[in-house]
Write a protein that binds this ligand. Structure first.
Ligand code: ADP
Ligand code: MG
Length: 532
């Protein structure tokens, strides 16, 4: 017997237990069992099987895991003939569940459809189903964290997003993964999308530079980190960059380098997921629609380039792995392991001068920053490259000022530090936790903590030392190795002046020809779809 529903009686228990709606419905497709459903103010959907022992526990769906719910009238021809007045509602949840093969938790889909047959009138049943669906959606809205100075928000419902997809990302599966994994979830969450498949390098950059952004509630990239980098730089090149960069961005990982997706997942659940599980988690974030502020780093090169980076800037071993492993792209993320092993056979030394503005006062810095007490003996020097002063080129692009940086042909400000060593194996500036899907370089990082995490490995480290470093990175335990060549210091700005201009650097995994580069953090200027 299926009963109607209505506003629930106020509960004697805590406010979150208060029942907002209750009713008896049949579970589809079997339709053999009736369930007494209650929807509580605490956003739980409790399901008690009719006829079960009174003390048997109710099954629960937490609406914090729910991405959508909708009501409809028809459920197949047979049902329609038998019960023409019936209406239905389906709730879509993605709770976390432990995998059977390891101890990690990942999201999995639970969809429940209930039949409403309280009345002989189709209209009345439909109204009940609509009431349930809209209340479930309302209670599923993400809780917006209230943190000082950080403006979180959530996407409207329903919403319309622009999807930029790189068909060559990673192992070339992005389009297939979108159709099979992402699209069904977007439908469940009532997110409409228009797909733009990129046709060449910098295509996404050009598209968003010209796009009418008022058409979209969010810009979504389905690719590796490189496509999001293009979108951010396209937005920052617009005349209206100040408002354009506030458009919520979203990454659906389908590349070989999915560091920002791994970081977002790590911030939300402190777990590392790979491949499809990581993709499902990020699609779930998009369906929930919560967005948070994210820091960006403004980079300026001696030749006058102006770039914006959300993830990392690297030079030396780490960037060479990224670049040389490009030819193994079809292997997906395994390309980085292969590239690392290959480059370990010839461990190069890269010469240059590294300077930075510490994030904290030198006196309060940890032992990892000990070198910085050596102070900036040569801070008065101007930049040299190939033994010649670096001329100051006019800067291109966006009008956002970098108050912490001075032109390359001027001496560094007094509060900057210069690293005494000038021979490096690798230098990485990272502003999110992960450098790759399973490379936890900066466990202390957050989406917005107004700091660049500067890591550098000085020359002298052995191959075995490098192997140990990379093995420890998986768990973020590299600093506990106490490797004397590995240095870490949180900074607000940095300058790197390579002594020769051979080779390349990388910004967010994208290639940048080697030249003097400096950068500073900009607090919370962009917004990204995130977990809680
Ligand atoms: P991955 O993680 O596999 O490196 P990315 O999304 O980072 O994937 O993209 C890698 C590069 O592919 C970026 O430089 C981007 O500009 C470029 N790109 C985007 N679309 C295309 C295309 N259709 N053909 C070739 N390159 C493309
Ligand atoms: Mg990439």
């Amino acid at each position: 017997m299926e009963g109607g529903s209505g506003p629930g009686e106020g509960s004697q228990r805590g406010a979150s237990d208060e029942v907002l709606l209750s009713g008896v419905f049949s579970l589809v497709p079997a339709l053999k069992t009736d369930y007494a459903l209650s929807l509580t103010r605490g956003a739980e959907l409790l399901m008690c099987r009719q006829g079960a022992a009174p003390d048997s526990p109710a099954a629960r769906l937490l609406l914090s895991d729910c991405i959508g719910c909708y009501a409809f009238q028809s459920k197949g021809q047979q049902q329609q003939q038998q019960h023409p007045a019936a209406a239905y509602f389906t709730v879509f949840c993605y709770p976390l569940k432990k995998g059977w093969w390891d101890s990690g938790e990942a999201r999995h889909r639970v969809a429940k459809t209930f039949r409403v047959l309280a009345s002989q009138e189709a209209e009345e049943n439909r109204a009940v189903a609509e009431t349930w669906a809209s209340k479930i959606r309302e209670l599923s809205a993400p809780r917006i964290p209230k943190l000082e100075g950080a403006v979180y928000g959530h996407l409207p419902w329903p919403c319309q997003v622009m999807v930029l997809l790189n068909p060559h990302s990673g192992a070339g599966q992005a389009l297939h993964l979108f159709k099979t994994q992402v699209q069904p979830m977007l439908t469940e969450a009532n997110i409409a999308f228009s797909m733009f498949i990129t046709e060449k390098h910098r295509h996404a950059w050009e598209l968003v530079r010209e796009e009418n952004l008022s058409r979209w509630d969010a810009l979504v990239t389905m690719a590796g980190d490189g496509l999001l980098y293009e979108v951010i730089n396209g937005l920052m090149e617009r005349p209206d960059w100040e408002t354009a960069i506030q458009k919520p961005l979203c990454i659906l990982p389908a590349g070989s380098g999915n560091a920002i997706a791994a970081s977002l997942n790590y911030y939300a659940a402190k777990i590392c997921l790979l491949k499809e599980e990581l993709l499902m988690s990020c699609t779930y974030f998009l369906c929930k629609g919560l967005h948070a502020p994210m820091d960006l780093v403004s980079l300026r090169t001696a030749s006058g380039k102006r770039l914006f980076s959300f993830l990392s800037f690297s030079w030396g071993f780490v960037s060479d792995v990224d670049i040389t492993s490009e030819r193994y792209r079809k292997l997906g993320r395994a390309r980085f392991t292969l590239g690392t092993l290959q480059l370990l056979t010839t461990l190069h030394v890269y010469k240059g001068r590294l300077s930075y503005l510490p994030a904290e006062e030198p006196s309060s810095m940890s032992s990892q920053g000990e070198h910085s007490r050596l102070s900036a003996q040569n801070a008065k020097q101007v930049s040299l490259c190939n033994g010649k002063p670096v001329p100051s080129h006019p800067q291109q692009g966006c009008a956002l000022e970098d108050p912490l940086l001075v032109p390359f042909d001027q001496p560094l400000p007094k509060d900057w530090m210069v690293v005494p060593e000038e021979e490096f194996v690798s230098i990485v500036c990272i502003y999110q936790s992960h450098l790759g899907t399973d490379l936890l370089l900066a466990p202390q990082a957050k989406l917005y903590n107004d700091a660049i995490h500067l890591f550098y490995m000085t020359a002298g480290v052995s191959r075995m030392g490098m192997i140990k470093f990379f093995m420890a990175l998986e768990k973020g335990a590299h600093l506990t190795l106490n490797c004397p060549y590995l240095h870490y210091v949180p900074v607000k700005a940095f300058r790197l002046e390579p002594f020769t201009l051979k080779g390349d650097m990388t910004v967010d995994g994208e290639v940048l020809a080697c030249e003097p580069v400096q950068g500073q953090i900009h607090r919370r200027i962009s917004h990204i779809i995130t977990g809680s």
